[in-house]
Design a protein around this ligand. Structure first.
Ligand SMILES: Cc1ncc(COP(=O)(O)O)c(C=O)c1O
Length: 433
């Protein structure tokens, strides 16, 4: 239940505040006043284990002391000098070069996921051969809400879709296979159709993809999917643009999710895992693309907040801790635990149609019955709210709940969070009997 002080404040702001907030905050109705590690506190003093890590941004948890120190120090020195070099930028570039695959050796810095996706689209359009004027995207991909990013969104995710000049390919959504096939007897037919429709067309310059599709409910491709598509793209001169805004930075157990699938992208967009929730994004690319004379003209990476010194300081501090404390190993170890515990929940609760994930990124798909697989957003909402009342924050969207804990979460706290989710599921399913 939303406490009295929060209720009063929410009523006050509702008089003036434009509606349209995310489903999870509109429904959750909480006013958070503090975050420390994996725990949030609300205005009435109640605490929550945050298994959504902010907006999947808090890889180091909330207010990591080293990031706070770096930001505080920078805030006292310098906030904005357009995109002039600052003392930390060279070091951030060197750090990224150590963390990213070798071919991604050139970097541009921006503020948001959508902004970096747009920057990637601009680079693609600048270097594409004449006649290659279309871009491939996958159904169930999400890339942001600016016009270019929306052009790549081909499914009903509220007001974001705006299919434009992009070509659609099948995503590897085995639980709801659009071809009504079963893995592995399907022979990963969805990938052969992407190959045919996108990578073998002479007018397509690039395929923009999420290696693991996050917003659609953590869709993890089966073996063979990316191998087939990546090889074909390479042979047919189609650039690979990985949107790792959500997965990048270690969340799936490697710095890039693309690495898990052996995909070597030409460009990668990163954001959420970069700067501990401070608005910041990175475009990483091959030098042939980002240093190409047509992509590298004056101003091509500039904007008011691009290269912001505060973002750079927060990113440098965040990534230094990720590297120094070998946190991506934690992601793999804790991810295996999360996987086991969620499999147990799935065996207990029929409303969990599918549970899947990689590393510390998991999706729970709620259904009315296992047989019909009919999506059950009302059950997902009820579980989300019951969990919140018990002191657990998750990430809700439609009939999906996502779990993405901080990489630094204590094992016992993660166990406690999953136990609370189990209790929420019990409450909702017993109430429905
Ligand atoms: C894969 C992916 N790309 C792009 C975006 C857009 O990022 P932003 O909301 O920072 O514009 C998101 C946001 O969730 C995302 O998950």
């Amino acid at each position: 239940m939303t406490g009295p002080r929060q209720s009063e404040l929410l009523a006050r702001e509702a008089v003036r505040l434009a509606p349209g907030a995310s489903e999870e905050s509109a429904l959750g109705r909480r006013v958070f006043v503090e975050g420390s590690g994996s725990v949030l506190t609300d205005l009435d003093g109640d605490q929550y284990i945050d298994l959504a890590a902010g907006t999947l941004t808090q890889s180091l948890g909330h207010c990591h002391p080293e990031v706070v120190a770096a930001l505080t120090e920078q805030a006292g020195r310098l906030w904005n000098v357009h995109d002039f070099a600052t003392a930390d930028r060279a070091e951030l570039c060197e750090l990224l070069a150590r963390l990213l695959p070798e071919q991604l050796d050139t970097y541009g810095f921006f503020s948001t996921g959508a902004e970096v996706v747009e920057a990637a689209l601009r680079a693609v359009q600048a270097v594409a051969d004449p006649g290659r004027n279309r871009i491939g995207a996958l159904r169930h991909g999400f890339h942001g809400k600016t016009q270019g990013a929306r052009m790549l969104v081909h499914w009903d995710i509220g007001n974001q879709a705006h299919a434009g000049n992009s070509i659609l390919g099948y995503s590897p959504y085995c639980y709801r296979c659009p071809l009504e096939l079963e893995y592995p007897s399907c022979g990963v037919r969805c990938a052969s159709l992407v190959r045919r429709h996108i990578t073998e067309k002479s007018n397509v310059s690039a395929l923009v993809f999420e290696p693991v599709l996050g917003a659609a409910g953590v869709i993890v491709p089966p073996p063979g999917y990316w191998e087939q598509i990546a090889d074909s793209a390479r042979q047919n001169g189609v650039m690979l643009v990985a949107d790792e805004v959500l997965t990048g930075g270690g969340r799936t157990g490697t710095f890039l999710a693309s690495e898990r699938f052996g995909v070597q992208p030409d460009l990668v967009a990163l954001s959420k895992g970069m700067a501990s929730g401070f608005p910041f994004a990175v475009l990483a690319g091959r030098a042939e693309v980002l240093r190409h004379p047509r992509a590298a003209g004056a101003g091509s990476t500039a904007s008011t907040y691009a290269n912001n010194p505060l973002g750079i300081a927060a990113a440098k501090a965040t990534l230094q801790v990720v590297a120094r404390d070998t946190l991506i190993e934690n992601v793999r170890t804790l991810g295996a635990l999360l996987d086991d515990r969620l499999a147990e929940l799935k065996s207990r609760f029929e409303v969990l149609g599918d549970v899947r994930g990689l590393g510390l990124l998991h999706g729970l798909e709620f259904v009315r019955s296992r047989e019909s697989r009919e999506p059950a957003p009302e059950i997902a909402r009820a579980v989300y709210l019951a969990a919140l009342d018990l002191g657990l924050r998750t990430s809700l969207g439609g009939h999906i709940i996502r779990l993405a804990p901080p990489f630094t979460i204590d094992r016992a706290l993660l166990e406690e969070g999953i136990a609370l989710l189990g209790r929420a599921l019990e409450q909702v399913t017993e109430a429905g009997r």
